[in-house]
Write a protein that binds this ligand. Structure first.
Ligand code: SME
Length: 154
């Protein structure tokens, strides 16, 4: 599944006729539509110089958590740790921000531009314990492609 999605992701991201925001939106929509265990897909980015994340393009139910302080929730922890965070069971996490009661699991993978953690891709799943190494490698590869675009921008 991921092998067949990878070229589609590249195609969306390389569409220079569209804004970066629209391209990321396309990736979120594609992933949510095509990966059965992805029920909410979004990008968070560091808010300028502030120690907080701001929600960027996403696909799925609207969330109240459009701003997340560093350290708070799974996303905020990844902003500080620079490491992937795979949560097989969100109910077992103390530092967790619930967006929807249907969510059972979450994966957050940081996005590095020139070695700096500038954001992340966040996936929620309504399926318990659905994420494996394949998901991590796939999401890392997407973030690497997004990083290249952002690098060339700034
Ligand atoms: N659950 C996340 C908050 C973001 S929502 O999943 C969209 C967290 O604990 O950081």
């Amino acid at each position: 599944m991921f092998a067949s999605l990878t070229p589609q992701v590249s195609k969306l991201l390389e569409d220079h006729g569209k804004s970066v925001e629209d391209r990321l939106q396309g990736v979120c929509d594609l992933l949510r539509a095509e990966v059965p265990h992805y029920h909410w897909v979004g990008f968070y980015f560091r808010n300028g110089d502030r120690e907080e994340l701001k929600l960027g393009p996403y696909s799925g139910a609207p969330t109240d958590h459009t701003t997340i302080p560093f350290g708070k929730g799974i996303c905020g922890q990844v902003a500080l740790s620079n490491k992937n965070f795979v949560v097989p069971d969100v109910s077992a996490q103390e530092n967790y921000i619930a967006c929807s009661l249907t969510v059972k699991a979450e994966i957050v993978v940081p996005l590095f531009v020139k070695g700096e953690n500038i954001g992340q891709i966040d996936i929620d799943s309504n399926t318990p314990d659905p994420f494996g190494e394949e998901d991590e490698r796939f999401l890392e590869s997407i973030n690497a492609k997004v990083a290249k675009i952002l690098e060339n921008q700034g």
